[in-house]
Write a new protein. Sequence first.
Length: 376
Amino acid sequence: MRTGDSGSSVSPADSEERLQSRLLGVVKIVYLLKTVWAVVAALLIGAIFILLAGGNPLEGYNALFRGAFADYWGIGDTLVRMSPLLLAGLAVIIPLRAGLFNIGAEGQIYIGALFATIAALYLPDFLPGSIRIVICIAVGAFGGALWAAIPGLLKAYRGTNEIITSLLLSYVAINMIGAVLHTWLIEPGAPYPYSREVPEEVILPIFMPRTQAHVGIMIAWVAALLVAIMFWRTTLGQSIQIVGHNKHAAAYAGLNVKRLTVLSFALGGSMGGLAGVFEVLGLKYRLFDHFSPGYGMQGIIVAFLAALNPIGAILAAIFLAGLQVGAGSMQRATGIDTTMVAALQGLVVLCVAMGLAFKFHPDRWRRRIAAWRRGR
């Protein structure tokens, strides 16, 4: 057979090889999208539960997603909820790329919120508002990093299990904030433990009028982009990932494994700290006792749903935030309790975890495709 331009012949064997390569590429894409298939499977299983509860799945899902993504105020609420979920997800992703499990993002969120609140309340008034906002953000991120560095140090220099230490430190942080609020920062005469309101000059600007969507959301997006660039384009990010693949090989290559262990935890903790900062300066305007509904643990869902990809974490956080925001719309439309959304989140986690068992093996699939083609 002749090609019109070059005149070179293409044998049937070459054509078959190209076809098999294309088929292999299709299989690879299917594997790359396994998280999408996991979400679809979770929604289908959730539809069965909705039917068993006496509801209409199509009406329920339509109300849920329209309430979160097709309504101006719903979009604003989704973005507000997305910000702490995304940052908590990044707090998990960064250490996990180094082979470390940061289960303590919740505590880092609380410490970041505490540091930012203290800075907002006690920075001198003569400083411009923009400078004070930057300082509060930096101080909150530093607080989260400092808190996360504790399990990092214990892991690096004592071999202590980071899952246990980071998790237990979350309870320490939550109760410490409660103690600080009761004894020092509490608003006089407050019926519930919360601090004085932060000055108006340090409140984050709103970018969607008549909603609570603040610029901290944009900063969270930028943070995800910077984390992605760090892993893909910098020596530090590559070094962290080498440690995650094989710390013994990393040490043999001359990398300081202990320093990278602490640093990856600290960087992750700074993301958690930012989540706490934005909850105070962008949403609540004061520090409340037990203000987080579990963002730290939900960040683990975001991290695995995104397959540890910082850019994918944006989409994962938006999806989970949409489920939570749209739950009320689904309840009003179908009468199904909002706990169904919690069940959907659990199904998503289960299906994504099951998807981890399926790995793409090019050689194995190349042999399968060749055998299938021969059998035609």
